[in-house]
Design a protein around this ligand. Structure first.
Ligand SMILES: [Zn+2]
Length: 116
């Protein structure tokens, strides 16, 4: 899976690296070329798992499609989210984040949070 641009710093933990590989296969299964929009870079909330390399953000599936975006494509976001939850398992949280002003900043936040 490619990074959005050179500003994206991966530097993920081994577990998160493994999770990213799993996420990439999920995107591929839906015919999507996934894009990592943030990992250990950028601004995140205080205490975010991004800062320890345990979280990464992926461009919304509906915005990875080759054809023009449309509202119906949003269904795909939920389907892919469910697939990620299923494939990654209990130690992961997969959250659709769509509160940013620009839809291009909307993403799926994925974090490794072992429930121990
Ligand atoms: Zn995030």
């Amino acid at each position: 899976m490619r990074r959005k641009d050179a500003s994206v710093i991966l530097d993920l933990t081994p577990d998160a690296t493994e999770g990213l590989a799993i996420a990439a296969t999920v995107y591929q299964r839906f015919g999507l070329a996934g894009v990592i929009t943030s990992a250990k870079d950028g601004r995140h909330s205080t205490g975010s798992l991004h800062y320890s390399g345990n979280a990464f953000d992926l461009r919304l599936p509906s915005r990875c499609m080759p054809q023009p975006w449309n509202e119906r494509a949003e269904t795909l976001d939920y389907v892919v989210q469910e697939a990620l939850i299923h494939e990654l398992g209990d130690d992961w949280d997969v959250v659709l984040e769509k509160h940013q002003q620009s839809p291009w900043d909307w993403h799926i936040h994925v974090e490794n949070q072992p429930k121990g």
